[in-house]
Design a protein around this ligand. Structure first.
Ligand SMILES: [Ca+2]
Ligand SMILES: [Ca+2]
Length: 437
């Protein structure tokens, strides 16, 4: 790894663009007083700005994971969403013809009292050029969107093996983006779950019928190397890719779900079934502020990774006096731990050995700069084992959740080690939490 070492800053407390210049070339008492006065004035200005923002309705940062990152929940529990078969729920587009195409049912359900039922018959009329019974997002997704999609699918016993495939969720390129197959799709084919990622068919193994299968898909829609996507099935991450996630266009792909069986539009295509029925529930759509647990069906996902584990205390390998490690676990996103240098580490003590599966870390200035870091765990506080490594997004002040690459493990201590950011050599974490059970 190439480490970019920037000019060290004396402190992160004052975030002037070139703080060292304030200190240099100002010899003597008068110069120091000028500096102090400027800093007092800057602090007062910052407080004033904060007060003005709050008075004008600016929302202080949340004390917990930001539920505002979920911009749409569709689980058919709200009466206004029980619109089928006449129309799609508010904000979505209807893509079925026959009345049996989409309906609201009370059994089976993944959550609450209602779910959606989709039915596609081989003899159904053509809809949008093929055989489908789908609910679609509008084709108005912003360019370079980061999105979380959580949903649950129930394939009944009638979902028998067929040589002809079906898509049950797809991410469709924008309508003026050149056509072709969708860049990402979840499908059933020959008795297996499969993901089609830009023509690469990834087999996820046999599907189960008569049960809910929970899915979480996280995508950074990009046409350059900054893209990525990852997929969880029933709480376990089963797929992760990085790089471009779609071919281009003025907008990001839009989400569709239901049943799409293109072979049925061609009478010459072999298929041994004539009807498909499936159930769908617990859809949550999140943006870049969301984390896994915000959209996971049932709000849980992996039962061993159901929520945050209380942190008993925090320490660090280094810190500046006014930003001690305890401020990384005080529930306040406006206070932080700041430690200087390559490898500066925050250590969270859970008080006893727990089953842990990931971290949530919120970075100071996290919406302006990324941070490279590694997460380690330890049972005894002496021997640490790497659990995850990577880079924060640089796009949010809220929590960013990362699940351990190797899955849940037992640990009492979780260490977050900072390596670099593009601005300076300070590790500054406003809040950190541990996921587990
Ligand atoms: Ca429901
Ligand atoms: Ca804090």
């Amino acid at each position: 790894m190439t480490v970019i070492r920037c000019s060290p800053m004396l402190s992160e407390t004052h975030t002037g663009r070139h703080p060292r210049r304030e200190w240099r070339g100002r010899a003597g008492h008068r110069g120091v007083m000028t500096v102090i006065w400027k800093r007092v004035a800057a602090s007062a200005a910052a407080v004033l700005v904060t007060v003005v923002v709050m008075v004008l309705g600016g929302t202080p940062l949340p004390a917990q994971a930001d539920p505002a990152g979920v911009f749409r929940t569709l689980n058919w529990e709200a009466a206004a969403d029980r619109t089928m078969p006449a129309s799609a729920p508010p904000g979505f587009v209807k893509q079925w013809v026959a009345d049996h195409g989409a309906a609201v049912v009370s059994s089976p359900v993944r959550d609450g009292s209602y779910a959606a039922r989709f039915e596609l018959d081989r003899g159904d009329p053509i809809q949008s050029g093929s055989k489908r019974a789908e609910i679609s997002q509008r084709d108005e997704q912003p360019l370079n969107a980061e999105r979380w999609y959580g949903f649950s699918v129930n394939l009944p016993a009638s979902w028998v093996y067929d040589v002809s495939a079906e898509i049950v969720s797809q991410w469709h390129q924008c309508d003026d983006c050149g056509g072709g197959s969708p860049p990402l799709a979840l499908l059933t084919d020959e008795g297996h779950w499969k993901v089609d990622f830009r023509g690469d068919i990834i087999d996820l193994g046999p599907y189960a019928t008569g049960a809910w299968t929970d899915w979480v898909v996280h995508v950074k829609w990009r046409t350059d190397t900054q893209g990525m996507f990852e997929v969880w099935r029933n709480g376990q991450r089963v797929l992760q890719r990085s790089g471009a996630t779609h071919a281009g266009g003025p907008r990001s792909p839009y989400f569709k779900f239901g049943i799409y069986k293109w072979d049925w539009a061609n009478p010459d295509k072999p298929s041994t079934t004539s009807q498909r029925v499936m159930f769908y529930d617990s859809l949550r759509l999140g943006d870049q502020r969301a984390v896994y647990a915000d959209v996971a069906p049932g709000g849980s996902g992996d039962p061993s990774c159901a929520g945050t584990v209380p942190v008993a205390s925090a320490t660090a390998t280094t810190w500046e006096a006014i930003n001690p490690p305890a401020q990384a676990i005080d529930g306040n996103f406006s206070t932080r731990w700041s430690g200087q240098g390559f490898g500066a580490s925050l250590i969270l003590d859970l008080g006893s050995v727990r089953r842990v599966c990931g971290t949530r870390v919120a970075w100071h200035l996290g919406d302006q700069r990324w941070n490279d870091y590694t997460t380690y765990t330890s049972v005894d506080g002496v021997a640490y084992t790497k659990a995850w490594e990577g880079r924060s997004s640089g796009t949010t002040l809220g929590f960013e959740q990362e699940l351990f690459t190797t899955g849940p493990r037992d640990a009492r201590y979780v260490k977050v080690s900072f390596w670099q950011n593009p601005q300076n050599d300070w590790a500054s974490i406003t809040e950190a939490a541990v996921l587990g059970s």
